[in-house]
Design a protein around this ligand. Structure first.
Ligand SMILES: Cc1ncc(COP(=O)(O)O)c(C=O)c1O
Length: 426
């Protein structure tokens, strides 16, 4: 060690420190013989090797197109891919591009959808500003919010997603407390939520947009609709986005990703944002990377144009559906005789959200987590990570179980191990 004075890190780092995700990754590395129902990775077997190889060969077979792909791109991303994505989004919404009514310039390509989530926090939120979130919600986004010093307020959430009445009541309360001026954002995962697996019901989507508008008294309150799992749909109706209810295009930021439906390795996500946010987001993104991987954008364009994408998504959904069923069957088999244990039956996505009797804590330091990882060889994500606010006030008896990575047999094994661990605690 030299005798230089200690490092003086920024306040921004302080906000972002102690991320749960780092602890989870460390646990996974240290406990290699553990069956992980925690990892949020996607299914290895169905990763699109053949499709990507074909698209890469096509892209590189022509010198001019290869050079274009190997050059820098623009901050907002490939014009061509953005055009294709508008068509893609229109198809998901059950309309055509003119029916969608979204200008291509409102679409920004990002390095995974995670980058858009982070950029939105950076350009919108000052320390002390408020974002309303579902309870539970995507814990990495809670990290983004903390990372910019924002405050979080939890909105009651049930099997149909965030409750409009509760959202309205929270905003009324914030006004009464003189805090409405600090409210800038409402964040929700609209399809097969991470971690709860729940889908925001069709009936709630329009009212939530109306409520955001109603309370936009001092400044605009935006909705950040995270549709990361939209295309991982296994059964039940397909529902138009919250974005589709934003008829004036000034209230909803929509984000989606190709990480779950195609490949997280490509790191391609996109956002559709209100016109006034395009320049601020690109300014901020310019400071970070002045454009996401151009080569990958060209590659994905080829995949989309070839028709390989749609058949791949069908294949992926079949594989995940089997895994989802394996997890639900194992839950029935292993847990249905345990009083006070319940779980959500998701129609898509990658997660089953399980609640234990309230007295049974599931956090990293809990007896259950320690016994599960050290004695029973199974790991899950503690539910308390997925709530905002002080730990002492969060529900602490839930778990996020992922069926993405394990095979159906691995899932059955993991659930058996988890049931033994829970039974021992009961
Ligand atoms: C709800 C949600 N949003 C966003 C992301 C970010 O994914 P990516 O950056 O790979 O698009 C994830 C990743 O797991 C997620 O679960």
């Amino acid at each position: 060690m030299s005798n230089l004075p200690p490092l003086k890190l920024s306040q921004r780092w302080h906000y972002a420190s102690e991320q749960a995700i780092s602890f989870l990754m460390q646990q996974a590395v240290e406990n290699t013989d553990v069956v992980s129902l925690a990892a949020g990775l996607v299914d290895f077997a169905s990763l699109p090797v053949k499709e990507t190889r074909e698209a890469a060969l096509l892209l590189l077979s022509d010198d001019a197109s290869a050079r274009k792909a190997l050059q820098y791109g623009t901050t907002a991303g490939s014009e061509h891919l953005r055009g294709l994505l508008l068509k893609h989004l229109a198809r998901l919404e059950g309309t055509d591009v003119s029916g969608l009514g979204i200008d291509r310039n409102r679409l920004i390509l990002t390095t995974g959808s995670q980058q858009l989530l982070s950029l939105v926090c950076e350009v919108l939120l000052d320390p002390g500003d408020i974002c309303l979130v579902a309870g539970p919600t995507y814990f990495v986004f809670l990290g983004n919010l903390h990372g910019v010093g924002a405050r979080t307020v939890t909105v009651h959430t049930d099997d149909d997603g965030m409750c409009p009445q509760s959202l309205d009541a929270q905003l009324a309360q914030l006004e009464q407390d003189g805090q409405l001026e600090r409210v800038k954002l409402i964040y929700l995962v609209s399809y097969y939520d991470n971690p709860s697996g729940r889908c925001l019901s069709a009936e709630r989507r329009g009212p939530i947009v109306e409520i955001a508008r109603k309370w936009s008294k001092h400044q605009r309150i935006l909705i950040l609709e995270d549709a990361a799992y939209r295309e991982l749909h296994y059964n039940g109706p397909t529902i138009p986005s919250v974005l589709s209810h934003d008829t004036t295009g000034d209230t909803v930021i929509y984000t989606q990703t190709f990480s779950k439906s195609y490949s997280p390795g490509l790191r391609i996500g996109f956002g559709v944002v209100p016109q006034e946010l395009v320049v601020p987001l690109c300014d901020r993104k310019g400071n970070e990377d002045f454009g996401s991987a151009n080569f990958n954008q060209h590659l994905l364009s080829r995949v989309l144009e070839s028709g390989l994408y749609e058949s791949h998504v069908e294949e992926v959904c079949l594989a995940y559906r089997r895994k989802r069923d394996a997890m639900l069957e194992a839950a029935d088999r292993e847990f249905s005789d345990m009083e006070g244990v319940s779980w959500v039956h998701p129609h898509g996505g990658l997660y089953v959200w399980m609640s234990l009797p309230k007295r049974l804590e599931t956090g990293f330091r809990s007896e259950l987590f320690q016994a599960a990882t050290k004695q029973h060889g199974v790991m899950y994500v503690p539910g308390e990570l997925c709530y905002a606010g002080p730990l002492s006030e969060r529900p602490r008896h839930q778990m996020r179980l992922s069926f993405g990575v394990q095979s159906p047999e691995g899932i059955a094994d993991g659930m058996r191990r988890l049931a033994s661990a829970v039974r021992a605690q009961l």
